[in-house]
Design a protein around this ligand. Structure first.
Ligand code: ZN
Length: 195
């Protein structure tokens, strides 16, 4: 069991595009184990390999609400094959200590990946679930995209980040997502969901 150090926002490697895994080697299996150990130790629901300094296309998720219903899922070389709808998501990230803000996400995603044994699987995450939002969040890490890039209010996000001693939202990284925003505004009752 190895709990690795989680890389913090501001470190350039978090912005890199991660490389595909060509072989599920012992090294990759150990990385997967370490990702779970590190994620559980930090009380997180997802962790991507770049967050522990390995720029490879691997992430793990466990959105079980308590440890009695553990539901770990490993994603290697994932591809999002379908995405629909829009939802407001109040998110944080283990690389951003104590900083949370509202971001735009798709409601539903369908993803294809390999598990830790190299077996291919397809997973559909129900509309607006924590699993759906978490998949999108972790998937982004593999392309150097961070949750604050999806922020709905840049000024609010900047304030939250700088209050926590973190760098502000990078203007070059901000995503416009006008269609997602329009759709979110049509459903105001769903706007304040916390995770
Ligand atoms: Zn994250």
């Amino acid at each position: 069991m190895t709990v690795r150090k989680i890389i913090k926002y501001g470190t350039p490697s978090l912005r890199e595009t991660s490389k595909e895994v060509h072989k599920i080697s012992k090294k990759i299996q150990i990385l997967v184990e370490d990702l779970y150990d590190t994620m559980y130790a930090a009380n997180g629901v997802g962790l991507a390999a770049p967050q522990v300094g390995e720029n490879v296309r691997v992430f793990v998720i466990d959105t079980g609400v308590d440890k009695k219903t553990m539901h770990p899922i490993t994603f290697i070389n994932p591809k999002i094959i379908k995405k629909e709808g829009a939802v407001n998501s109040y998110e944080g990230c283990l690389s951003f200590p104590e900083a949370y803000t509202n971001v735009r996400r798709y409601k539903y995603v369908k993803i294809k990946a390999l598990n830790e044994k190299g077996k291919s699987f397809v997973l559909e995450a129900d509309e607006g679930t924590l699993l759906s939002r978490c998949i999108q969040h972790e998937f982004d890490h593999l392309d150097g995209i961070l949750f604050v890039d999806h922020c709905r209010n840049r000024f609010e996000a900047d304030k939250i980040l700088t209050d926590k001693g973190l760098p502000p939202v990078g203007a070059d990284y901000l995503l416009e997502e006008l269609e997602l925003e329009e759709e979110i505004l049509k459903q105001p009752q769903q706007n304040e969901e916390k995770k």
